[in-house]
Design a protein around this ligand. Sequence first.
Ligand code: FAD
Length: 428
Amino acid sequence: KLNVFWFRRDLRLEDNHGLCRALANGKKVRPIFIFDTTILSKLPSTYDRRVDYIHQALLLLQQKLNVFGTDLRVYIGNPIDIFKDMNRVVSIDSIFCNVDYEPDAVRRDELVRAWAVGEGIGFEAFKDQVIFEKSEVMKKDGTPYTVFTPYSRVWKSKLDPKDLLPFEIKDDWFEKLDLKEIPTLDEIGFQKTDILFEEPDIRAADINDYDKNRDFPGMDSTTRLGVALRFGTISIRQCVLLASEHNETWLNELIWREFFMQILFHFPKSLTQCFKPAYEGIVWRNDEREFEAWCNGETGYPLVDAGMRELNETGFMHNRVRMVVASFLTKHLLIDWRFGEAYFASKLLDYDASANVGNWQWAAGCGCDAAPYFRIFNPEEQLRKFDKDLIYVKRWNLDFESKSMCKIVEHAFARDRALRAYKVGLGK
Ligand code: FAD
């Protein structure tokens, strides 16, 4: 009998909780990855930087496993079908993995667990992606926090240095496997993209001045570890350790990540519905041509356009600019936050359902602990404040100086219109 370790959002050997638990279980362990066709079939394009990123990360993982005399077995299909086929040949004792908290993943894992239990196979999932999961940080009355500040206070008070100790591979209990090439991107049905996977190195993350510089998109001073955290090519424990020693502002950002994860876990409906139900009353304009202009970075507002072009060209956008473009779409153009959320989901390399939905709802005013609806960013003032030397906008808006900027809508007019629509929608 054999144990299987199923890699998902934890594509690393170092400090991998579930993997270490599998290897300490006294049976040989087969490391596997499944390109889940249910997930792949929902992606809007076959040119997807995330799939390419995963593919490249798997190649590295494979090399590292080879050092242990084993290999990575990569499958394409539906997880239950894959496990059924495997079980016919090798007889699985237990499936080990790390917990994934997204609603679709929770449903998938429930199905896999139910099948496994029916077959007399174990299914063991471990906490790896976060420091505190599910209901570990709750209010005294046992309900989840929906406001960040008290959540983060309790989060910090609960943090014990022991929580950050790395999980180390002690026993070489890997199954001996011959080297087998992993499927090509083409075989998975995807194209090569411009993404170049680099193994994230926490030592290279310079966070000492994060609090001072993080708001200035021209400075490129954030860590860009979002994608590594998304796919687990870096360990959250290492990040939190670094943050606790060097920069509390950065630590707070990592706590925001967990805050939104637990919100989505406890309120899965907020994936598609306003966290504050009253906001469902807003009548959005949803003008298709304006949405297209926003997507293409053609609104005439330099900061908004630069942000959208950065997103379209690289799959990344600076956080300050994400806030500005999201506010612009929902308030200036009165387009439903769900359109913007879906567009970001299709493009962002670091796309994460909980962070994306949480931040979009925050920008639209309808989320938990959201910006008040009457706070409407002035995109020109934001430019003056955060990119006064135009470093960022010129980088992404190559025609910035030559173009006479024709604005899609005047700020003052749009602001009044948004305030009216929100007030009417909320019955104020
Ligand atoms: P850093 O600034 O170095 O921060 C470190 C890490 O902390 C990030 O990688 C991320 O994991 C976490 N983090 C930072 N800010 C936030 C935040 N506000 N909420 C949750 N986690 C945070 N982040 C995502 O990871 N995925 C998304 O899909 C996503 N969508 C967003 C949509 C909108 C409209 C907005 C306003 C923000 C969104 N963010 C999202 C949050 C934030 O913009 C990115 O995490 C950050 O810009 C990534 O850059 P970085 O890796 O350099 O992060």
